[in-house]
Design a protein around this ligand. Sequence first.
Ligand code: DGT
Ligand code: CA
Ligand code: CA
Length: 572
Amino acid sequence: MKNRFVADILYQIAYLLDVKGEIFFKTRAYRIAAQTIETLAEDIETVSNENRLQSIPGVGEALAKKIKEIVETDKLEYFEKLKKEIPAGLLSLLELQGLGPKKVFALYKNLGITTIEELRNACTGGKLRDLDGFGEITERNILRGIQLREKTSGRVLLNMAYADGNSYLDYLKKCERIEKIDIAGSLHRKKETIGDLDILASSEFPDEVMDYFVKYPSVQRVLLKGSTKTSVLLNDGLQVDLRVVKKESYGSALQYFTGSKEHNVKMRSIAIKKGFKLNEYGLFDKNTDECVVGNTEEEVYNTLGLSYIEPELRENRGEIEAALDSRLPTLVKYGDIKGDLHVHSLWSDGSDSIEIIAHYAQKMGYEFVGIADHSQSLKIAQGLSEEKVLRKINAIENINKKLSGFKVLCGTECDIKPDGSLDYSDMILKKFDFVGVGIHTAFGMSGAEQTKRIVKSMENENVDFIAHPTCRMIGRREPFDIDMEKIFDAARETDTYLEINSFPDRLDLNDVHSKLAKERGVKFVIGTDSHSAVNLPFMHFGVATARRGWLEKKDILNAHSLREIEKILGCE
Ligand code: DGT
Ligand code: CA
Ligand code: CA
């Protein structure tokens, strides 16, 4: 269907006419027609071929002629001419806070400004203040708008978007006009960073839904409002797109807008091979153009001969081939986790007592929590001396006496020294219920040296897992350039678990590494690296990463029961 293609051109014409200073009602005609065509259930090509274009509300003789030209030639002379008259860069200026079409056109006519960079230079150089209708304040406002845009063009961490998304969803669920609603896009796939938030709803009253959507209290500004798509900017700079579709297309729309783009491209080619056409409106018979299914995602996948694919897998990393052969993994579930083995307490650099952590973990439904404080040489993180470790073991024994149906395990996140030796003697390491080790110093060593360092630490028989193996910090520190295959092989051979650290700026191992590690026979532990009890729910993001890495329950140490884990760790 060319519906979206036609609608896009009409929208762009409306913007260009805005900039040109055309009268409102002329640009509105293009917008209304674009919106109608976007939501039209029927193929615009069919309507055009049967000369019924003028039956579409808002389409008169002149517009019908233009639409026919687009449908038949994939181009429109009038649009090409407009684009030559008005540089395309002007459209990006329109997105800036405080700049309407009139001002954009004045900037272009008087100063020849066509790009954001030129506009920034003109503002800093004080070139705008002498223009009619502009002043020093306008210059400052525009600069602020440019800054904001730069900030929002960046991506946010998964946990931020997840919190924003859930709050927005709670608000939207109170709208009576909404039948179904879901998060789509990269947040539905639980990617580690999110560009913008996509929400999909079905309703018979899209305009009322959109009115309600833009009234959300955290909305800073409405970027675009239509009856199929509305975009807003939240106070914290995150953009949110809401799309409203009809119930019949909900499943195919959710499939389309969940992405990823790469997954969708592959899905569409499979559809074509099997005699269908797949788009956001449904799955259609290629010959009769009849809609076969569209209600649910399951139907779309199953009709194409695929088993249902969980959103976290939809990255075109082999999931479609696996679904065709019914050999997709049974992914670990968010509720499968029985405890957390990476929590810092007041004993080192955490901010809560072990009692508070235990209480919080028990309330989350866990069977155990492992306190893994830092080791002695990590002075900035108040690492524990060996003498203090012995006292802590005692303290935990006493805490456990007061708990029922729940156990605190005493562990450590022991530092791996630059030469690969550990920060505690073997005598002390043996006393812990479990030993996690990690790198916290000498980040500048070469990849080869870091590989040796980590492999050597695994050779110590007391070590149970490697914490945050690559030490990356999203947006702040690149991962070590280590030989992952060597690390995976050593982990398998020494029975060392690799951690998927759930702290939102770590997510380390990441999804891709987790999948590779599993293929090489590695087992995992998912830890939060919590530094206070309220961090414990970060587990969700670690499980999300594990799911994106195709992991199953059996691959994950802390998805086992306390009894099984005690046996595995030898700390019954
Ligand atoms: P983000 O926002 O950068 O974190 O990533 P996404 O995946 O949320 O991407 P976004 O917001 O641009 O679009 C949402 C979904 O819509 C995307 O995952 C798949 C679908 N989509 C968007 N543009 C295209 C496209 O050009 N082709 C196809 N096949 N799908 C698209
Ligand atoms: Ca998105
Ligand atoms: Ca989007």
